[in-house]
Ligand binder design. Structure first.
Ligand SMILES: C[S@@+](CC[C@H](N)C(=O)[O-])C[C@H]1O[C@@H](n2cnc3c(N)ncnc32)[C@H](O)[C@@H]1O
Length: 238
């Protein structure tokens, strides 16, 4: 990994219990997102069916959001990225539908479509290998705020990542960003102004978009009295 791509978050937390470890050993290889060799390689081929759309979640944390969306949208192919391995094992437990493995032949909860592929690492490593216009939705939910000015370059919404997010969205695609840190919301709008190619399409940023599934971080924040701020962006040309 180059210096520019240094990852500053946590990769490991408290130890993973034996059933979660088993999910990591046995289920993860089945649902692992494989790095495409070239941009020409179609990532939709990584699913056992032809997805009607592809959606990406960057930094899924404990995976509650992507697991729930995947259940609600069985025909959509999801790519979830998270370098924090305890988070990856948590997503596997959600996909498995049980903390006792195996629940079913496939390792997936009964009736659940095999529509999630997990990249257990920094999403920026994959960007150069993805062809343009592939994701109908991209979610960046409650990204680490890095509130200190000297850490500003670590914030995910920045002039390095926005061109990739733009390139990867389909012409009608939507980028969802949520935060409960006013400073990060202001930062996001400043970065969007600088980048120029996205426009915000939701009106009241305090109203959750329709069919919104709150993330674990969002729920905790609301319990602690913080107010979520939601942005939906689309390409200006769309
Ligand atoms: C504050 S947590 C929020 C987690 C989750 N989205 C939620 O709302 O519950 C931000 C997450 O983004 C992940 N993250 C940060 N940079 C990332 C990157 N470049 N690629 C993938 N995940 C990243 C971190 O590991 C962390 O788990």
């Amino acid at each position: 990994m180059t210096e520019m791509l240094r990852f500053f978050g946590r990769r490991k937390g408290k130890g993973i219990g034996s059933s979660r470890q088993r999910l990591m050993d046995e289920l993860l290889p089945k649902v692992l997102f494989r790095m495409p060799k070239t941009k020409k390689e179609k990532i939709s081929n990584q699913f056992p069916f032809k997805p009607k759309e592809l959606w990406l979640e960057v930094g899924f944390g404990g995976g509650e959001h992507v697991a729930e969306l995947a259940k609600m949208n069985p025909k959509v192919g999801f790519v979830g990225a998270e370098p924090f391995l305890n988070g990856v094992s948590s997503l596997l437990a959600h996909l498995n539908g049980s903390h006792r493995f195996p629940r079913a032949e496939t390792g997936l909860e009964e009736g659940r479509a095999d529509n999630v592929r997990i990249w257990p690492d920094d999403i920026r490593l994959v960007f150069p290998k993805l062809s343009e216009g592939i994701f109908e939705r991209i979610f960046v939910l409650y990204p680490d705020p890095w509130p200190k000015a000297r850490h500003a370059e670590r914030r995910f919404i920045n002039q390095t990542n926005l061109p990739d997010l733009y390139r990867l969205l389909t012409p009608t695609g939507k980028l969802f960003v949520a935060t409960d840190v006013q400073g990060y919301a202001d930062w996001t709008m400043e970065q969007m102004k600088l980048f120029k190619k996205f426009k915000q399409i939701n009106g009241d940023v305090h109203v959750a978009p329709s069919d919104w599934v709150p993330t674990r971080y969002e729920k905790k924040g609301v319990e602690a009295g913080r107010q979520p701020i939601y942005f939906i962006f689309c390409k200006k040309s769309a």
